[in-house]
Ligand binder design. Structure first.
Ligand code: NIG
Ligand code: FE
Length: 412
């Protein structure tokens, strides 16, 4: 059946991000917004971006936008843990009363507490939680959301989580990108060591992940309290043989994970709060996207990922929320990206690139994150007359409209 084209606009400014490089620093002068712009859409994809008046000659129908509005690509959150049960408000209070994240974990709080609560939740309850959080994200302009497992930590419980992500994805406008994080921590009820556990997971869980197409991404937490570099490398090499893309929780409290990420040619290395000059250099020379998680720095009250140094060394910097009940409970991507920008002296262009096409690349997705012909028509729109205002308000200015694949899915 022949489908018709729709023109959306006019926008006071549209920032397409066309032609900006995946790696390295970006000066704001390169943003070159289009004035009085329109987006011509067909079948959920962008046909053309350009002058609204000119495009109106070509379109079958128009969705008119009123007043001063700035159009950006829909945001991509490339790292979250929004499938979980329970709350860790007690941990947060304990940390602010002087306990460390690792001390709390050793005393039975931390990730294991969330594992217990997530196991207690049934699949439908998990779906409700994911849908609620993803829909909140949508109102804040996020149209693609990565979601990790990692609070199940047994074959059946990891499957319960990933099936819940798949089910939630059918109910909502944002795209969910699932990732298996069975290698989060060694579960307390597993009889065996870290190596035994990862062997068990790769033998017993991987085949079902592939069969049910539950995910094509594998993640692991490399840290003293979690998994060692050597054991994780072996696990990742096995995962790669089966076709999984790799992403790593790297250098959060101590360095080591980023080197593994580069060695196995991971798509992304995330966290990097503890990365030093050596790690920054090897990452920046590689194809692995460095992902800053300012929400985790804010949640834990620790230093930010050295984003400025990574960009100046020529690296690719994505910015994600890490939304999770423990280290990053806030989950507001734009607030966090703007705050990181202010502390790390990132240009508005670098902040925007970090939550759009660079974050999409961190998910190995190249069909979104820029407003260019052929890309998904995912649009995040703000009622203002200049894109600088959006960053200046540090995320407090929320989108007036969000379009997912050409359809209006949120308006305010
Ligand atoms: O990305 N670092 C490990 N994992 C998560 C935290 C998960 C949790 O505390 O529940 C993170 O910060
Ligand atoms: Fe995380």
């Amino acid at each position: 059946m022949e489908t018709s084209s729709t023109l959306i606009g006019p926008f006071t400014q549209l920032v397409s991000l066309e032609g900006l490089s995946l790696k390295g620093a970006i000066k704001d002068e390169l943003l070159t917004p289009i004035s009085n712009a329109g987006v011509l859409v067909k079948d959920g994809l962008i046909l053309k971006v350009g002058d609204f008046g000119e495009l109106s000659q070509e379109s079958d129908q128009t969705i008119e936008v009123e007043g001063s509005q700035v159009c950006l690509p829909g945001f991509v959150d490339s790292h979250t843990h929004i499938c979980f049960g329970g709350s860790r408000a007690r941990d947060y209070a304990a940390r602010n009363n002087g306990k460390t994240y690792l001390e709390i974990a050793r005393e039975g709080g931390g990730i294991w507490d969330t594992v217990t609560k997530t196991r207690e939740a049934n699949a439908d309850e998990l779906v409700v939680g994911i849908v609620r959080r993803a829909n909140r994200h949508l109102t804040e302009g996020v149209t693609t959301i990565e979601v990790k497992s990692g609070y199940g930590l047994s074959v059946d419980e990891e499957l319960k989580m990933l099936r819940a992500v798949a089910k939630a994805g059918e109910k909502i406008a944002p795209n969910l990108v699932p990732t298996c994080l069975a290698a989060h921590i060694l579960p307390r009820d597993f009889h065996g060591n870290h190596g035994d556990y990862l062997n068990h997971i790769s033998q017993e869980l991987f085949p079902t992940l592939i069969e049910e197409k539950l995910t094509n991404r594998m993640d692991a937490f490399i840290e003293e309290e979690a998994f060692s570099s050597a054991i994780t490398t072996e696990y990742f090499l096995k995962s790669k043989e089966l076709g999984f893309d790799i992403t790593v929780h790297a250098d959060q409290f101590s360095s080591g994970g980023s080197e593994v990420a580069v060695n196995v040619n991971a798509i992304s290395a995330d966290h990097l709060e503890a990365s030093g000059q050596k790690e920054i250099e090897i990452l920046s020379k590689s194809n692995t996207i460095a992902t800053a998680l300012p929400g985790a720095s804010m949640g834990l009250g620790v230093a930010f990922t050295p984003g400025r140094k990574i960009l100046d060394a020529g690296g690719a910097l994505a910015i994600a929320s890490d939304w999770n009940p423990g280290s990053a409970p806030m989950g507001d991507l734009l607030v966090q990206a703007c705050v990181l920008g202010s502390y790390e002296k990132l240009s508005n262009a670098e902040v925007l690139a970090g939550i759009t096409f660079r974050a999409a690349a961190a998910l190995n997705l190249h069909d979104r994150g820029r407003l260019v012909a052929g890309a998904k028509a995912d649009l995040t729109i703000f009622k203002t007359d200049h894109y600088n205002e959006i960053f200046y308000h540090q995320g407090k200015l929320k989108p007036s409209m969000v379009f997912k694949e050409g359809k209006l899915v949120h308006s305010n």
